[in-house]
Ligand binder design. Sequence first.
Ligand code: ADP
Ligand code: TPW
Ligand code: MG
Length: 577
Amino acid sequence: MAEAAVAKKAEVADTQDLTDGFHLIIDALKLNGVKTIYGVPGIPITDFGRMAQAEGIRVISFRHEQNAGYAASIAGYLTKQPGICLTVSAPGFLNGLTALAHATTNCFPMILISGSSEREVVDLQQGDYEEMDQLAVAKTMCKAAYRVLHAQDIGIGVARAIRAAVSGRPGGVYLDLPAKLFGQVMNADAGAKSLVKVIDAAPAQIPAADAVKRALDVLKSAKKPLIILGKGAAYAQCDDAIKALVEKSGAPFLPMSMAKGLIPDTHPQCAGAARSLVLKDSDVVMMVGARLNWLLSHGKGKTWGDAPKKFIQLDIEPKEMDSNVEIVAPVVGDMGSCVDALLKAMGDKWTPAPSDWVKTVAAKRDDNVAKMAPKLMNNNSPMDYHGALGVLRQIVKERPDAMFVNEGANTLDLARGIIDIYKPRKRIDVGTWGIMGIGMGYSIAAAIETGKPVLAVEGDSAFGFSGMEVETICRYNLPVCIVIFNNDGIYRGTDVNTAGSDPATTVFVKGARYDKMIEAFGGVGVNATSPDELRRAVNEAMDSGKPTLINAVIDPAAGSESGRIGNLNPQSVVKKK
Ligand code: ADP
Ligand code: TPW
Ligand code: MG
């Protein structure tokens, strides 16, 4: 054999015993059960995406990192495994960062993995390709941030990221992978040994027995108890135990937006349609995986009435206690353990909530529901929100397994109130920040992670933040039906700018046909001008599973400023001339 050929053969034999950064990262993710990566390719992670796909990980390529990040965040919420988002350096990283901060704020486990430029060049600020000190930037916006510089540390880096994302209060984690790491080689055996399979990533946290007793003593003393269920309770996937606790207590319960369906909205104890009454008049409130933030008026003020209230709170995060008001009975632990401990300590002889209170709440709820009913049956054209939502309410009732995505202002607030949800973790929406732009990312992840059809109800403005991902939905042929409540703008389509020829700041092109957008990518577009047309189009889409976008024409005058939260707008004291 010629000398060159011998050398070549030796080299090949050698590389068979080698591995590199690319493969170690993939192996580490696979070892820890990662099945899907949401991202956008480019330097330095293009080949990584290809290789991950070749190695059996599903890699979903988006049109913008923010949408990939939102997809990863909600994948985390739905599965209790960290959702993975993969981006390129500086601009891609920054695009993904909004979603990472969103995941942290909402307590969703997520890992943003970004390729980055070379440390030596970044730290001397010598102007590398897409240079940025990403780790420093990320740190303020997530639960934990790590960088891996050496191939032999990849196993530990990935393990730490996973553990940080899902243990305790879940949240976003940043993992910084400089370009040079991907090509670093090491011995394959040593590489395999360096990987870490995370054992018991989110360990049970058992609440203290005296905390449980204290909580039950307070609950027992209540004349008008109320249970508030939040998305932390839905996240925990201890659905049967939570239902048992609520039923044993006999107390009315109020689901926060994404906790709707944890117990069906049609359950006799559900106080969703008597919200004002129960917040005002209750005397003991048990918070179950929900925070007393702005969404609950911080637990004080007019919304909560004048009568003194005692708060019990079940949460995995001890620092959450007393965040806004005094918590007289904090129960700290993971939700499954907390609820089990309460149920056990309640025993078989628990006296349910006083019946006069339960009856008062039920009467108010039934009254409100009855008042709403005729509005939901109108067949106006153009549609108003109630006519359109009446149709969707019935469709969701008939298809309780479908995933329901919702964003907008009026489109969000009215849909949340009107559309009943029947099963846990079916409703996913704007979350803690009231963020616009989650729509298409959430829809894509919901379809992929659950395998169920998705109905996304979107304000026309809200949709615009992630609208380009209809191409992604078509490309992966996902069973997503998008209904755009098209009222020609933000809140209303009727504003006029009297000072000049530019359009008012809140209005869009009048009579826009969003349905044409999806046709560009081979999806089904429908223009629906009446509730009857809307019903037909949505049912057809949900039956066919074909990517569909329905432009639901809503009366531009039907909405109100900021939906239900107009009171949060600052007011100018200067009188208009
Ligand atoms: P909502 O918006 O529905 O009111 P929040 O996001 O404000 O809900 O609150 C969710 C709460 O649930 C957070 O305080 C979080 O710490 C808590 N939480 C999340 N996961 C768990 C869990 N597994 N066990 C207990 N509490 C949890
Ligand atoms: C990331 C501010 C809140 S609601 C909304 C905006 C722009 C759009 C409302 O119009 P839409 O709904 O969707 O057409 P409708 O039915 O009332 O007409 N940027 C971000 N998040 C938020 N919340 C905003 C801006 C906002
Ligand atoms: Mg609108």
